[in-house]
Design a protein around this ligand. Structure first.
Ligand SMILES: [Zn+2]
Length: 197
């Protein structure tokens, strides 16, 4: 059980602050979790300075100092974890094929996922897609861990990567991942990708 430390209202609506939260707040290129706190729908979860605000549509002030039951929308979380992990894998594969390109930004949203790389050389999307399919077929484990306040993720034998997002446990959970297009601008290469399943 967790308990409600505070409640309030800002320009985005009513919010709840928990002593500790199982909800993932939007950040690191990954969307927030939704779910419920007791039976109140959590519509968005966002950082506000160093606290996490869980936005709800009703005034939650009666819950302050009470224990509550939190439930996350697991299907949404899993989809976000798949999308996010696929972005890491795409980054590793592109960097392995094209050492001049370095992944600098990920946007792991279902409606338009991409990874941005510093550099300007064109990439062979067919080759990348074949490698995505091959590596996912190996079903490598995905390890996530924390060292003091920093979190890391490692896919198979690729280098560990600092990341506080959520990830799948094995690559087969990704299904088929397809790099769909590349865009070049200002010494950046943006590669869009989709999850087909
Ligand atoms: Zn990550």
């Amino acid at each position: 059980m967790v308990y409600v430390k505070g409640a309030g209202r800002d320009e985005k609506g009513f919010y709840i602050i928990l002593d500790e939260t199982p909800f993932y707040p939007q950040g690191g290129g990954q969307p927030y979790d939704t779910g419920t706190i007791d039976d109140i729908a959590v519509e968005a979860v966002r950082w506000s300075e160093d606290t996490i605000r869980h936005y709800v549509s009703v005034d939650p002030s009666l819950l302050v100092d009470k224990s509550v039951c939190c439930k996350i929308d697991e299907a949404r979380r899993h989809q976000n974890s798949r999308c996010h992990t696929a972005g890491h894998l795409l980054g590793h594969i592109v960097e392995a094929f094209y050492p001049e390109l370095k992944a600098v930004k990920g946007h792991h949203y279902p409606d338009g996922s991409y990874v941005e790389f510093s550099g300007s050389i064109p990439v062979d999307l067919d080759r990348i897609n074949q490698e995505l399919m091959r590596v996912i077929g190996l079903d490598c484990a995905v390890h996530s861990w924390a060292e003091s306040t920093k979190k890391f993720v490692q896919i198979g034998s690729y280098n560990a990567w600092p990341c506080g997002g959520t990830h799948v446990k094995s690559l087969l959970e990704l299904g088929q991942v397809v790099a769909t297009k590349q865009k070049h601008s200002c010494n950046l290469v943006r590669i869009n990708y989709n999850l087909l399943l």
